[in-house]
Design a protein around this ligand. Structure first.
Ligand code: MN
Length: 201
């Protein structure tokens, strides 16, 4: 059991697992060779993308209203949300009406990542420390997204849940590419969220 097990308290308190098909996180987490990332399109009260990174046995999570951009000049708001169990990286389905986060969850992209976070001297920084310092850089290896993205905490705003998701200006940066509109299908089922909503409701 990881140190972060207790960090699922908020996740569990918000959900009734007799009603929602989401994982409770009680089962032993899947053993991953490399830490996973997942981006889930979530058609809740407002459509957003949930960006999640495996850190110390849980999925650190941010809700990104506009989703990731391939353009390093774009700064996408990313609101830190409660830690999710690792098994959530395999969850796709519809959260029933009346439950927390009610709506369709689609596996928009998934894969592994490498931590590329550094301090101001360029020395590597562990994920836990990078999160605490409010500056995380990861290299994603997904189906749709590859390359570097940075998550930067907005220290100057009162709401300390606010971060920015910014594409690293590397060889995978491409301002003309817009995968949230050109690659809308699920990496698990191939369905777009509109189909899922009609089929599952
Ligand atoms: Mn969400």
């Amino acid at each position: 059991m990881s140190n972060n097990h207790d960090s699922l308290t908020t996740y569990r308190r918000r959900r009734d697992f007799r009603r929602t098909g989401e994982p409770s996180g009680d089962d032993p987490p899947p053993a991953n060779d490399e830490p996973v990332f997942v981006i889930q399109q979530h058609d809740a009260s407002t459509l957003h993308y949930d960006f999640r990174l495996e850190v110390d046995g849980v999925l650190k999570s941010w809700a990104v209203p506009k989703g990731p951009s391939m353009d390093p000049r774009e700064r996408r708001l990313a609101i830190a949300t409660e830690d999710h169990p690792l098994a959530y990286a395999n969850f796709e389905g519809t959260i029933p009406a009346g439950e927390y986060g009610a709506g369709t969850v689609q596996l928009w992209d998934r894969g592994s990542y490498h931590n590329r976070s550094t301090d101001s001297d360029g020395n590597p920084v562990a994920m836990e420390r990078a999160l605490a310092a409010g500056k995380v850089t990861v290299e994603l290896h997904g189906t749709k997204l590859n390359g570097g993205w940075a998550l930067v905490h907005m220290e100057d705003v009162r709401d300390n849940n606010q971060w920015l998701l910014i594409k690293v200006d590397d060889e995978t940066a491409d301002a003309r590419r817009n995968p949230t509109s050109t690659q809308m299908e699920s990496v698990a089922s191939g369905r777009v969220i509109e189909e899922m909503r009609q089929q599952d409701s």
